[in-house]
Ligand binder design. Structure first.
Ligand code: HEC
Length: 114
């Protein structure tokens, strides 16, 4: 009985765990094959998996590579899947960027020296 319970817990835990592709290190969320196919040619995919950003910043990164690093253009629906994947799999993490300090906690601006 105890064994059966342990087994159930073990199985449900592994179902919840993030699956990581052993070869690329990419999290196997929907769309990961597009990232495998398009994002590892110029640099290691570790550059992708180490990055944390929201969708907008991921898009900015892609636009920057397209403008300056010869990254090709994507079909809009492929690009959307890549961005969905990146934003869901590698979202901003709290230890990377803190929230802005509220205005009420900031020092008051000094009046200009006269
Ligand atoms: C055509 C070449 C090329 C391809 C393909 C490419 N990149 Fe890049 N990427 C670069 C170059 C060059 C850099 C700068 C590398 C460096 O600083 O060492 C870079 C840097 C990055 C960085 C680091 C940016 C930073 O702010 O430090 C990330 C994240 C990144 N790429 C993600 C991606 C993703 C996601 C894809 C797929 C959509 C991709 N790259 C595909 C050329 C490419």
């Amino acid at each position: 009985m105890k064994l059966a319970l342990a087994l159930v817990l073990l199985l449900s835990a592994s179902a919840l765990a993030v699956e990581i592709d052993e070869v690329t290190g990419l999290i196997k969320n929907p769309g990961w094959e597009h990232v495998r196919a398009n994002c590892g040619g110029c640099h290691s995919l570790a550059l992708v998996t180490q990055q944390r950003a929201d969708r907008k910043t991921w898009l900015d990164t892609i636009r920057w590579m397209q403008a300056t690093q010869n990254l090709w253009q994507f079909e809009p629906e492929i690009e959307a899947q890549i961005l969905d994947y990146l934003a869901a799999s590698y979202p901003p993490s709290p230890d990377q960027r803190r929230a802005p300090i509220p205005q009420s906690l900031l020092p008051k601006k000094e009046s200009p020296v006269q």
